[in-house]
Design a protein around this ligand. Structure first.
Ligand code: MN
Length: 413
C-alpha cells in the first residue's frame, strides 16, 4: 500500500469508530494503527494487498463485537511482535500503548495452536483448553477469533494444502470455541467458510438448492411473516420479525450427515421474533401456537433453562401454509444480543473498567464453560471433500448476511 492508501484505510476505520458514538480513545487507536502501518510497511499478504489491511480488518471485526479501545489497539498490533521483531518488541508496545495492550498482544502472539491433523478428539479438546489457559484475558480469545475469521474470509488465495489445513483447524478448534463462547454470528460464518473450502462441490450443491428454492422461499416466508406480523400488532406487542432460511452449513450437515435429501429438510425455514420483555416472549409463543399447529416435541424453553453458553430463547416448530413446517425463535433484545455475540456481549465498551477480581471471576466461569463435556465432533478421517461427515446436531439456522431472506417488520434487527 502506498502511504496514502494505508492512511486511507486507517481513516476509514477511525470514521467507523467515531460513527458508533461510543467513547473510544480515538487518538490511541489512531496511534496504534499508524504504528502498525509503519511496522508492516513493505509486507504483503498472499493476495498482494499490503499486510496492514489484515490487522485493520481484524480491528473492524473486534469493534463490531463492541470490545474496548485496548482490544482494538491489540487487534491492530496483533502481528507486529511476531512479524516485525526486527523493529519492535513487547517492551516498546508497552511503552507506547500501556501494559494492558502489551499483555493482549503478548497473548495473541503466543496463541498458536499446535494443530496436527491426525490427532485424537481428546487432543483437540485439550487444545481448546490450552488456548484458554494460555490467554490470561478472555479478550485475547475474542481477538484471536476475529483474526481467524478474517483469515478464513481471505483464504481462497492460499494454495490448496494450506486452505485445507486452515479450514480443518478452524472447524475443529475455532468454530467450537466460538460456539462455546456463545458467539453465534462468528461461529456460523466460520462454519460456512470451512465447508466452502473443505468440500467446495458439496457446498456449491447446497447453494444451488437454496438458489433454486429462492422464489418459493420468498413467497412462503412472506406469507407467514405477514400473518404473524398482523397478529402480534393486533395484540399490541412491540416486536421485530425476521424470516429466513437455514444456514448453508446446517443444510449441508443434514444432507451429508443425516443422509437427507434437500426436500426432507423440514426445518428449512425459520423465523425470529424479538420482543421487549420475557413475558412478551411467552405471549408471542401462545399466539404462534394459536395460529399454527405445532409439531410435538419441538418446543424448547431455553429461557427458563438456559444453555451452557448462555443462549436463551423459545424455540418451536409449527406447520405453515401447505403443510410446510418452520421453526420460530422468540427472544428479547437482550437475549438476542447475547445469542449473537455471546460472552463478548459482556465486554461491551460502556461497561467500563473491570476490577481484577471481577475479571478473575468471569474467567473462572468461562473456563468452566469450556471444560464441559462437548458434543461429538467430526471424526478427523471423515473430513475429506466427500459426503460422509458427522457433525453435531444442534439446531441452528442462521445465515450469512447475503443469504438471508429479509422480511423486516417493526424494528430493524
Ligand atoms: Mn493475524
Amino acid at each position: 500500500m502506498s502511504k496514502e492508501s494505508s492512511a486511507g484505510s486507517i481513516s476509514k476505520l477511525i470514521e467507523m469508530l467515531v460513527a458508533t458514538g461510543k467513547n473510544y480513545d480515538i487518538e490511541k487507536i489512531r496511534n496504534a494503527a499508524d504504528y502498525a502501518g509503519e511496522l508492516h510497511a513493505g509486507q504483503f499478504r498472499v493476495s498482494g494487498e499490503p499486510y496492514i489491511s489484515h490487522p485493520i480488518a481484524v480491528a473492524e471485526i473486534v469493534a463490531s463485537l463492541e470490545l474496548d479501545t485496548n482490544s482494538i489497539c491489540a487487534a491492530l498490533l496483533h502481528d507486529t511482535v511476531e512479524d516485525c521483531s526486527d523493529k519492535t518488541n513487547l517492551k516498546e508496545i508497552e511503552k507506547r500503548f500501556g501494559a494492558e495492550v502489551a499483555m493482549l498482544v503478548d497473548g495473541l502472539t503466543k496463541l498458536v495452536p499446535l494443530y496436527i491433523e491426525d490427532k485424537e478428539e481428546a487432543h483437540i479438546e485439550n487444545l481448546r483448553k490450552m488456548l484458554l489457559a494460555m490467554s490470561k484475558d478472555v479478550r485475547v480469545i475474542f481477538i484471536k477469533l476475529c483474526d481467524r475469521l478474517h483469515n478464513m474470509r481471505t483464504l481462497a488465495v492460499k494454495p490448496d494444502p494450506k486452505r485445507r489445513s486452515t479450514a480443518l483447524e478452524t472447524m475443529h478448534v475455532y468454530a467450537p470455541l466460538a460456539h462455546r463462547l456463545g458467539m453465534q454470528k462468528i461461529k456460523q460464518e466460520l462454519e460456512n467458510l470451512c465447508i466452502s473450502y473443505l468440500d467446495p462441490i458439496g457446498y456449491a450443491e447446497v447453494q444451488t438448492y437454496i438458489q433454486e428454492k429462492y422464489g418459493e422461499s420468498v413467497d412462503f416466508i412472506d406469507g407467514v411473516t405477514a400473518l404473524v406480523d398482523k397478529t402480534l400488532r393486533d395484540n399490541n406487542i412491540k416486536f421485530a420479525l425476521k424470516g429466513r432460511i437455514k444456514s448453508a452449513y446446517s443444510i449441508y450437515r443434514k444432507m451429508y450427515n443425516q443422509n437427507k435429501s434437500f426436500d426432507q429438510i423440514y426445518d428449512f425455514y425459520a423465523m425470529r421474533i424479538i420482543v421487549d420483555t420475557e413475558l412478551e416472549c411467552y405471549t408471542a409463543l401462545g399466539l404462534i401456537h394459536e395460529m399454527f399447529k405445532s409439531i410435538p416435541g419441538r418446543f424448547k424453553d431455553y429461557i427458563s433453562t438456559l444453555k451452557p453458553n448462555m443462549y436463551r430463547s423459545l424455540h418451536t416448530t409449527v406447520i405453515g401454509k401447505d403443510g410446510i413446517p418452520f421453526e420460530v425463535q422468540i427472544r428479547t433484545w437482550e437475549m438476542h444480543h447475547v445469542a449473537e455475540y455471546g460472552i463478548a456481549a459482556h465486554w461491551k465498551y460502556k461497561s467500563g473498567e473491570k476490577s481484577k477480581e471481577d475479571m478473575d471471576k468471569k474467567l473462572e466461569w468461562i473456563s468452566g464453560l469450556l471444560k464441559r463435556k462437548t458434543e461429538p465432533r467430526i471424526p478427523m478421517s471423515s473430513l475429506m471433500p466427500s459426503k460422509r461427515i458427522s457433525f453435531t446436531t444442534r439446531p441452528s439456522f442462521s445465515l450469512p448476511r447475503e443469504m438471508c431472506l429479509r422480511f423486516l417488520r417493526g424494528r430493524r434487527l
